[in-house]
Design a protein around this ligand. Structure first.
Ligand code: NAD
Length: 493
């Protein structure tokens, strides 16, 4: 990939995409600045659409539904194949938009778009995945068959930290299964999602109204949750918003999947390979400045006090070497946070931990850097059990250390937390790995891997407070979420 940086265009006022046309949001709406966290420049202005804008998108999606549902699964899969080609051709451009809007490094952003394209590839198998079941002769002349039909009009409400990949967890599966779709991207960095919708809209095989976009924040979300013309909602964001989306969406009869926040342990055994451990923990805790739902934010150091100290020193030495800076700088390891406000919030969490008696073994505070959003790798030891830095998601480059004597204790301590997105083990022992895999209460488990993100043919499968609902994103779960099962019993004498 190239690292050439074109000059930034002047900030534009974003528009909604409804029924195949770009439309201004209702005149009375408020506007938000989309700020490049590396420079502080305003790169776009985001309309905070309201219920009227949502209603227009729902009407367009409903109007397109009968024709799209009647399009053969093969033709829909071919349309999604075209989407893959177009996204691949624009992968660098999309990656740069991700970096300029959200802040992560260009290499990380390029990989993010690649993971989104993987979801498109998985959705291309939809004609296979939609095939039903049948049972002949359940009684004299009576046969039973199960068919899968689209749910209807689906909306996806997505977070800031993967502004390209997470819209692509939903869009390709929803439309390949015959649904029509509305995206509400994060208001903090909506341009990658908007560009994806624009690219999809340019594909002849995807008719107007099949893919729509409404910009906005709380009002747009609540408009989608309450609208009787929406059948299913996919949400990814913080645990608190996930609970709100689940409660309000199901109250109006919708199918809802709501993926929430996380607090992921990385358990370091005394026998762990130092190179694999240092590299894995650094990428997990500090990559994307800790703003990943799979970020390992607690290192659970197992062993005697001397072994725990050795693991701590390994991690502190590795973290000291990480370079903090702009995402477009190829030398950067740790990018800025999404905004100066996010950096202030995370620094307040560090202050609270210190006031509570924690030891600051690595201090990443540096006054915010160029645009106020930078925070370097920070490591806290000696935290009071139950402190927020050990149990709650801080969503910044802060690694909390927890010391335990045995693997049993590490598993028990981790399982006592409210989240269950991911858990990681560093060890050279197969027996320890088996015990961890069996006993840990988390949906995505890594062994000697810092970020255990499943490929898109598997579900993205958090447990406990990391999800509200049963069905996850991607894999066969996406087929179940985006289809309704119909069982037909027939007698032909
Ligand atoms: P967020 O909950 O603040 O926002 C997510 C979406 O919800 C946005 O589109 C936003 O406009 C909307 N929203 C926010 N507050 C709302 C409210 N009160 N009412 C209605 N709508 C509201 O999340 P975020 O800060 O954008 O993203 C970071 C969070 O997402 C982290 O907690 C992270 O762990 C989580 N996340 C989870 C996964 C997963 O797979 N479980 C993946 C990525 C991110």
């Amino acid at each position: 990939m190239s690292t050439t940086v074109p000059t930034e265009a002047p900030a534009t006022e974003l528009r909604n995409h409804i029924g195949g046309a770009w439309r201004a949001a209702s005149a009375s709406c408020d506007w938000l600045d989309d700020v490049d966290p590396a420079t502080g420049a305003v790169v776009a202005r985001v309309p905070l659409s309201g219920a009227d804008d949502v209603d227009a998108a729902v009407q367009a999606a409903r109007a397109a539904l009968p024709g799209w549902r009647a399009t053969s699964p093969l033709a829909r899969a071919r349309a999604v194949m075209r989407l893959r080609e177009v996204l691949l051709a624009h992968q660098e451009e999309l990656a740069e938009l991700v970096t300029r809007d959200m802040g992560k490094t260009l290499a990380d952003a390029f990989a993010e778009v690649g993971r989104g394209i993987e979801s498109v590839e998985a959705a291309i198998a939809m004609p296979h995945l939609l095939k039903g079941e049948n049972l002949e002769g359940v009684a004299g002349g009576v046969d039973v068959e199960l068919v899968r039909q689209p749910v209807g009009v689906d909306a996806a409400i997505t977070p800031f930290n993967y502004p390209a990949m997470i819209p692509l967890w939903f869009l390709p599966f929803a439309i390949a299964a015959g649904n029509t779709f509305i995206l509400k991207p994060s208001e903090q960095d909506p341009r990658p999602g908007q560009r994806i919708v624009e690219l999809a809209a340019g594909i002849d095989e995807i008719p107007a109204g099949v893919v729509n976009l409404v910009h906005g924040a709380h009002d747009a979300v609540n408009g989608l949750l309450d609208h009787p013309g929406i059948d299913a909602i996919s949400f990814v964001g913080s645990a608190r918003t996930a609970r709100h989306v689940m409660t309000r969406g199901t109250a109006s009869g919708k199918r809802v999947q709501a993926l929430g926040g996380a607090k992921n342990s990385m358990v370091v055994m005394p026998d762990a390979d130092p190179g694999l451990t240092a590299g894995g923990v650094m990428g997990s805790a500090f990559g994307a400045a800790g703003q990943r739902c799979l970020a390992g934010s607690v290192a659970v150091l197992v062993g005697t006090e001397a072994e725990q100290d050795r693991s701590r020193d390994l991690l502190v030495e590795a973290a000291r070497k990480l370079r903090v800076g702009a995402g477009l700088d190829p030398e950067t390891d740790v990018c800025p946070l999404v905004s100066s406000g996010a950096r202030e919030r995370v620094e307040a969490e560090i202050d609270a931990a210190l006031a509570d008696g924690a030891e600051l073994v690595l201090d990443g505070r540096r006054g915010g850097g160029a645009a106020g959003a930078e925070l370097g790798p920070t490591i806290l030891d000696g935290l009071a059990d139950g402190s927020r830095a050990l149990r709650e998601e801080l969503f910044g480059p802060v690694l909390a250390l927890k010391r335990v004597a045995t693997l049993d204790e590490a598993i028990e301590w981790t399982n006592a937390g409210r989240y269950g997105n991911s858990a990681i083990l560093f060890t050279q022992s197969g027996a320890a790995a088996r015990q961890f895999r069996y006993g840990i209460e988390a949906g995505m488990v890594g062994v000697n891997i810092g970020v255990a993100a499943p490929v898109a043919w598997f579900p993205f499968s958090g447990w406990k407070d990391s999800i509200d609902g049963d069905l996850h994103a991607n894999g066969k779960d996406a087929v179940d979420f985006y289809t309704r099962k119909k069982v037909v019993t027939s007698r032909w004498a």
